[in-house]
Design a protein around this ligand. Structure first.
Ligand code: PLP
Length: 411
């Protein structure tokens, strides 16, 4: 008898053929042989492409789509995304180098993040990317860098808005924040900007992340446009770009429902005419990370041992939190919940059982699945964590416990 399975928003991005998960159109068992080593992350190229197409279908054509590459900085992924989107958002000097290796026009790459070093600023100015300034102090340093290089830096102001993105997994605007310049200080900053040798591009207003509620995003979009229009009255020159942030979430846990993308698109379409009237010629960008890549990725580890402790089954695998901190529940989560997990080479399986999936680290935090309903797995089987294309390998403490690194493949 198959136990009832916990309900996730239906995950249909990967086919299952003969009970084996297909990633990148390849049976997982064969893909594991091809890669030649577990654990690994695999990213499905066609899913990435399809996700961008879905956004294009629902968002007005006037909205430009940027990839926030901190979600997944694997160079092959960034190259592929660069061929699909209208810009890349970076947040470090390392990300800058990867982004500059793509064919993306540097003028469509924008660099946010607090604490940029003078070296970061120089590289970015020399490359011709747009700097989203996080403070007045950064603006003064940028002007000096520009003078030294004899290049006028392209700058936007990252605004810490005077509102919050409601029901967000992670709030990054509103109240006191290390990000951006408080909205009420921006008029004064714009006056100073006008005195410096800086090419003003516009505003970057990012309020939060991992939001599944269309109504919250609609509310944030309305307030973001209103704020930008208000601030633009103080700008030394017309607003050329307005980055309205992103924050589109994906379902990770049982009971979570997909974001109603159509509703977000309809609302943007409604708001656009007023913005276009107030800021004629301004390009409007949305920046998305996880929404573009998370569902296209899987993390795959192999069962090393089946262990029963006082009646509970533990599948001990060669993968764990050192590669996938988020799935272990330790990446900023308040309450640990299971990511969707399946046994990739027997998805439905014959017998089913309740099992926990753990890694090889000597800490109880190393838990990939806590008492989940899974197909009965044996040594050698492949355990798959779904929804793993964002904040996976690069967001995990790879050095912790000195186990081998995971591989990554774009398939
Ligand atoms: C992290 C971040 C993003 C991406 O967030 P997602 O939740 O992955 O979409 C976008 N913009 C900025 C400024 C960020 O810091």
């Amino acid at each position: 008898m198959n136990a009832p399975r916990p309900k996730h928003a239906e995950l249909t991005q990967f086919a299952v053929v003969d009970d084996v998960l297909q990633v990148g159109g390849i049976a997982l068992t064969r893909l594991a042989e091809r890669i030649g080593h577990t654990p690994f992350y695999a990213y499905d190229r066609a899913s990435l492409t399809a996700r961008v197409a879905l956004l294009r279908e629902h968002l007005p054509p006037e909205i430009h789509l940027h990839y926030a590459m901190k979600a997944n900085p694997m160079p092959a992924v960034v190259q592929h995304m660069a061929s699909l989107v209208d810009g890349i958002d970076i947040a470090s000097g390392g990300e800058l180098r990867v982004a500059l290796d793509t064919p993306m026009d540097p003028g469509l790459i924008s660099f946010a993040g607090p604490g940029k070093s003078d070296a970061d600023l120089s590289c970015a100015v020399a490359a011709g990317v747009v700097l989203n300034m996080e403070s007045e102090a950064e603006m003064e340093r940028l002007a000096l860098v520009g003078k030294r290089l004899g290049i006028t830096p392209k700058v936007a102001i990252r605004v810490n808005p005077d509102f919050e993105l409601k029901s967000s997994g992670m709030k990054m605007g509103g109240g006191p924040k290390q990000f951006g310049v408080d909205a009420e200080r921006v008029p004064e900053m714009l006056a100073r900007l006008g005195q410096l040798e800086l090419a003003f591009q516009g505003f970057h207003i990012y309020s939060g992340s991992q939001n599944l509620k269309a109504a919250s995003l609609q509310d944030a979009h309305e307030k973001t446009f209103a704020l930008a229009i208000r601030l633009a009255q103080h700008a030394p020159s017309p607003v050329l770009t307005l980055n309205i942030g992103g924050g589109f979430g994906i379902p990770y846990f049982p009971g979570e429902e997909r974001l109603d993308l159509a509703a977000v698109g309809v609302n943007l379409k409604r708001l656009l005419p007023d913005v276009q009237r107030a800021l004629p010629g301004a390009r409007i960008d949305i920046e998305l990370g996880r929404y573009l890549v998370a569902e296209a990725g899987v993390y795959v580890s192999r069962v090393i041992e089946r262990k029963v402790s006082r009646g509970q089954v533990y599948l001990v695998t060669d993968g764990g939190l050192h590669h996938h901190l988020a799935a272990s529940g330790n990446f900023g989560q308040v309450i640990r919940k299971n990511y969707p997990v399946v046994v990739g080479n027997r998805v439905r399986g014959g017998e089913r059982e309740t099992a926990s999936v753990v890694g090889p680290l000597c800490t109880p935090l190393d838990l990939l699945a806590d008492q989940m309903d899974l197909a009965r797995a044996d040594v050698g089987d492949l355990v798959v964590v779904l929804q793993s294309g964002a904040y996976g390998l690069s967001a995990s403490p790879g050095g912790f416990l000195s186990h081998p690194a995971a591989l990554e493949a774009l398939v």
